[in-house]
Design a protein around this ligand. Structure first.
Ligand SMILES: *Cc1c(COP(=O)(O)O)cnc(C)c1O
Length: 378
């Protein structure tokens, strides 16, 4: 694990504190989740739900996740054996990769990728094979030929994150179909990170890879409550997959954490059943925040890319006369009092992402406005 030092988020958040900057780096909301759901957690604690919950997760939450997959996507998962509750999506991803990949196996990831993927693959002794997302017609996308060429005899799995952090891309039906075809052709497992499944904008639809023909039996679908309900500190996630895959993941998970978060599990079960209207309002609010930040960045001289989902927007810094996002984001706190994340740190090939920086818009309007005012100094 030597190559995995301090994450860029820790570095940039420290810089933000040191310089009194507005932190549009790390992607956490600065407002709370639905009131009644928070209240459920309080009640659960006061009601004595304070001991180890069952290893697979409390039954109410597994049932609620199963209903959520059925109602939202028409996917059937047995709450007893095909749903596993985890410590956020992060543990779900790590336990899945550890469970399903042997040393020497290869795992395909789209770069830029979420930083925990590389660490999970390394922990498993597997090798990551990056396939770049590049900007085409204003959004980040991949070349299906390049993806196909990345498959080799040792390829075991492909990790797919849509809606995608850090680019804001939501894969289209055609893009997902090309991934599905490849998985079928080469007998690959798909591990999908769908933590932003409810945060898509402009009518863009999130399509779980498991809904594509032949994919349910080879897909480990991962999501969590953090982004959907603005409770990133609760760390309640879940895995949906066929019995054999879930039991393999659970075999690993039980020795990482066994179980966690009884009161929050119950509250998230409540959220999935009763707070989807709050989520719809949250989506509308985030969409407006995206527009607010995009307009502000454009007026500050950035060229802004289209974000179809997530908490994030990508800005091209060349229009401001820069060509290296790392140098740019290091200077930005001093020069403008704003923190952003250089997109290149999510790449194995930084050159593909060198001219982009990521801004988070999951912040109060006044925070976004103040950040934009400051960026106008540039
Ligand atoms: C936030 C995030 C996660 C982590 O989810 P937790 O439920 O907090 O563990 C995983 N993947 C992506 C792409 C994320 O943005």
């Amino acid at each position: 694990m030597r190559e995995f030092g301090t994450t860029v988020f820790a570095t940039m958040t420290r810089l933000a504190v040191e310089t009194g900057s507005i932190n549009l780096g790390q992607g956490f909301p600065d407002t709370d989740g639905p009131e009644a759901m928070l209240e459920r957690a309080v009640e659960a604690i006061r009601g004595g739900l304070n001991q180890y919950p069952p290893g697979p997760g409390i039954p109410e939450l597994r049932q609620a996740v199963s209903e959520h997959q059925k109602d939202g996507y028409g996917l059937d998962y047995d709450p007893d054996g095909e749903v596993l509750v985890t410590v956020g999506a992060t543990e779900a991803i790590a336990a899945t990769v550890l469970a399903l990949c042997e040393p020497g196996d290869e795992v395909i990831v789209f770069e830029p990728y979420y930083d925990s993927y590389a660490a999970a693959i390394a922990l498993a002794g597997a090798a990551r094979v990056p396939v770049p997302l590049r900007v085409d017609a204003g959004r980040f996308t991949f070349d299906p030929g390049e993806l196909a060429a990345a498959v080799g005899p040792r390829t075991r799995a492909i990790l797919v994150n849509s809606p995608h952090n850090p680019t804001g891309t939501v894969f289209t039906r055609e893009e997902l179909a090309s991934i599905a075809r490849l998985c079928e052709e080469h007998d690959l497992i798909a591990i999908t990170d769908e933590v932003y499944e409810h945060l898509t904008f402009d009518g863009v639809e999130h399509l779980p890879l498991a809904t594509f023909p032949g994919m349910r039996e080879r897909t480990v679908t991962i999501s969590s409550a953090g982004k959907t309900f603005s409770v990133t500190g609760w760390k309640i996630g879940w895995v949906c997959a066929p019995y054999t895959l879930v039991s393999a993941v659970q075999a690993v998970k039980q020795f990482m954490t066994f179980t966690s978060g009884a009161p929050w599990q119950l509250a998230v079960a409540y959220g999935l059943r009763h707070e989807m209207e709050w989520v719809a309002a949250q989506r509308a609010s985030l969409s407006a925040k995206r527009d607010r930040l995009a307009a502000g960045l454009a007026s500050s001289g950035f060229e802004v890319l289209r974000s179809a989902g997530t908490y994030f927007i990508q800005a091209d810094i060349r229009s401001l006369g820069f060509d290296d996002g790392l140098a740019f984001t290091r200077q930005l706190p001093e020069r403008a009092g704003v923190v952003a994340i250089p997109t290149q740190v999510f790449y194995d090939h930084p050159e593909y992402g060198a001219r982009y920086v990521r801004f988070a818009f999951c912040k109060r309007d006044e925070v976004i406005d103040e950040a934009v005012d400051r960026l106008k100094r540039l």
